[in-house]
Design a protein around this ligand. Structure first.
Ligand SMILES: Nc1ncnc2c1ncn2[C@@H]1O[C@H](COP(=O)(O)OP(=O)(O)OP(=O)(O)O)[C@@H](O)[C@H]1O
Ligand SMILES: O=P(O)(O)OC[C@@]1(O)O[C@H](CO)[C@@H](O)[C@@H]1O
Length: 315
């Protein structure tokens, strides 16, 4: 059972417009509502592929109830932790050109007791036999930047790998602390973490090596339209596929991570699956999770020890 932890979940509302005109009344041609937040999206993608998973999340107010009901309707197991503040809604505007505009709300502040209850819920899942913990997304107000270091320590006490997909100060604190099995930044998040621009494959691999040297076993870097790079103790790999026109890129990174985690195996096979799931996600509206029939492994090329001089834009 892969347990996901989403400290700041959201009801994801996606509106499709032919063209967004800022400052005007825009009328959407279609709308979508999905239960969201990065860990929740990982659980949804895993559940779509029959991989056992449970999503741990704070849930508050009618929107929290709605989110939990939407998960149940998709047969995604959840462990909601009741909180006083109302669960947030995030908005995505997609245009026919493929452009995506995302507006994320801050989310309700959590009290110290609510933060502890969230961690207790994860501990409960570990006691019940969870095989991995995936902590993902932003931290709401009231949650210390060191929160994910507490998750790493919880996993370590149970001998269970902890995977992290977050950004900014919480990512920096967790990487400094070490003890993670995998982190999944995109290239911009990794650049912010190491404090320099990353323009080539070699730049990304050097940054990943710094992260690994600080105590994280593997780094999976998603590169948007340019695929993804994986760095582990065994080597490095790039994977990508032919150009496609995205419908919605929101949550593609979460599907990528789910694809990587869905089954054990050789790094190259896991990276191929990760990229195939990410590619499938961008062809679906809103944050819809890809199903097995959406995933095309044969479209993805994997290269071991990619040329460090290649520009990311050329991949
Ligand atoms: N424009 C695109 N064309 C083809 N594939 C894409 C495109 N955008 C994303 N992907 C696929 O999805 C994966 C993840 O994308 P990306 O790097 O944008 O994730 P992310 O920034 O973590 O996204 P999010 O935070 O919204 O989940 C990529 O590795 C790639 O396989
Ligand atoms: O505000 P955060 O926690 O950084 O990101 C939240 C979010 O943008 O991430 C998911 C896509 O990855 C969406 O489901 C959700 O709206």
């Amino acid at each position: 059972m892969i347990v996901t932890l989403t400290p700041n979940p959201s009801l994801d509302r996606a509106l499709h417009l032919d063209r967004l005109v800022p400052g005007e009344v825009n009328r959407a041609a279609a709308t979508h509502l999905h239960p969201g937040g990065k860990g929740i999206n990982v659980s949804r993608a895993l559940a779509c592929h029959g991989v056992p998973t449970r999503a741990v999340l704070p849930s508050g107010g009618p929107d929290g109830d709605r989110l939990v009901a939407l998960l149940a309707a998709q047969d995604v197991l959840a462990r909601p932790v009741p909180v006083a503040g109302g669960t947030r809604s995030n908005v995505t505007l997609t245009e026919s050109s493929g452009a995506t505009t995302k507006i994320n709300a801050p989310g309700p502040a959590l009290s110290l007791a609510e933060v502890d209850a969230l961690l207790d819920a994860v501990a409960g899942e570990l006691d019940a036999g969870a095989t991995a913990v995936v902590a993902a997304g932003s931290l709401p107000a009231g949650v210390d930047d060191a929160f994910f270091t507490r998750v790493a320590d919880l996993g370590a006490r149970h001998g269970v790998p902890v995977v992290l997909d977050t950004s900014g100060a919480p990512l920096a604190a967790a990487v400094r602390h070490g003890g993670l099995a995998l982190v999944k930044p995109n290239d911009e998040e990794l650049a912010e973490l190491v404090g320099r621009d990353l323009t080539t494959v070699g730049d990304v691999l050097a940054a990943a090596a710094e992260v690994r040297a600080a105590g994280t076993a593997a780094v999976l870097v998603s590169l948007g339209a340019h695929g993804a790079l994986l760095a582990t103790a065994a080597g490095s790999w790039w994977a990508g596929g032919p150009a496609l026109v995205p419908v919605s890129t929101v949550g593609a990174g979460d599907s990528t991570l789910a694809g990587y985690l869905a089954a054990p195996g050789e790094p190259a096979d896991r990276l191929r699956r990760a990229v195939a799931w990410g590619r499938a996600a961008v062809l679906l509206p809103g944050t819809a999770a890809p199903r097995p029939s959406d995933v095309h492994l044969s479209e993805v090329t994997v290269v071991a020890e990619p040329d460090p001089s290649l520009a990311l834009k050329e991949l």
